[in-house]
Design a protein around this ligand. Sequence first.
Ligand code: NIG
Ligand code: FE
Length: 386
Amino acid sequence: MSTLVTNIGELVTCDGTGEGGAGLRSDMALVVVGNRIAWVGEASAAPAADSVIDLEGRCVTPGFVDSHAHLVFAGDRSEEFAARMAGQAYDGGGIGVSVAATRAADDDWLRAALAARIAEMRAQGTSTVEVKSGYGLTVADEERALRLAAEVTDEVTYLGAHVVPAEMREDRAAYVSLVTGEMLTACAPHARWIDVFCEPHSPHAFTGEESREVLLAGRAAGLGLRVHGNQLGHGPGVQLACELGAASVDHCTYLSAADVDALVGAAGTTTATLLPGVEFSTRSPYPDARALLDAGVSVALASDCNPGTCYSSSMPFVIALAVREMGMTPSEAVVAATRGGASALHRDDIGRIEVGARADLTVLEAPNHLHLSYRAGVPIARVLEV
Ligand code: NIG
Ligand code: FE
């Protein structure tokens, strides 16, 4: 069964060529067979197919790859957001509120909430999403979160090292032992990745040395590495991620020159994933994306959708923030939200439109990709059901 998608006004291939690597092409078509792209070329030269979708000049991009999201949670923290807008700082303490609510929720409630969040993402153009645990923080609750996440995505991340839970606050070392021992054994079979909130500026999160212990244990259990680093201030997260060959270090809000050098040296292995929805929702300074791109760092954009620092699942919103607040060009922002996210997940079958890639396509109610930031807040992007 083949499908011809034709009259694509602007095709954003993200093939690495042209301004920002967006590989823009006009008046294009493509053919999908099964779940793969089988042909790409000018609409006038398109082959016949079993069915035809006429896009009447709309823009097509690769489906957005949201490489950082925390979607398995219950509870409401809107009052915490309001307090931050009134000037209160974020320190990770609110995570405990989500942990209590998530532990109290039953499987069916969490499964339904997760499905609704994924549907919300697809309706905004996201075709791949990474999902972390981290609101369970007991062996059973972390294992459950990962089991539910694995029902909806292949990109599942064990984040038992999100914070030290309240009941173990007096014995951090015991909690790190649990995360790297019994909890890891229960969780690793459901996950592809391990992550840690490496943040010396939060009393709830983990130091560089604790984070190293968590990551090395995860690696020994066969998991790939991801790091939450340098979110609240300067710290060891970026250097640790680059040293250990993590696939991604996320936030990167506060970077020293040495951090940028480490990311340049690790480009190709370690992606710097920027999460500007967090800066928006915590009233923090935005990361210096321009400096990272100019230095040659591999950069991705992701939502970090979570109940605390950014309860937005919208990649178009993230793209608009990147353009307006972080000095990225519209092309760079779309590439970072697609091919960049794929790099952060060490995937080359998504995040680009080329023969052989997965047929994950996003269509815009617009003639070109500039509208993603030009029409901020307007629901113009959706995953194309082929
Ligand atoms: O990526 N920083 C740590 N974790 C999340 C926030 C979690 C929360 O506040 O619930 C983040 O920002
Ligand atoms: Fe996060």
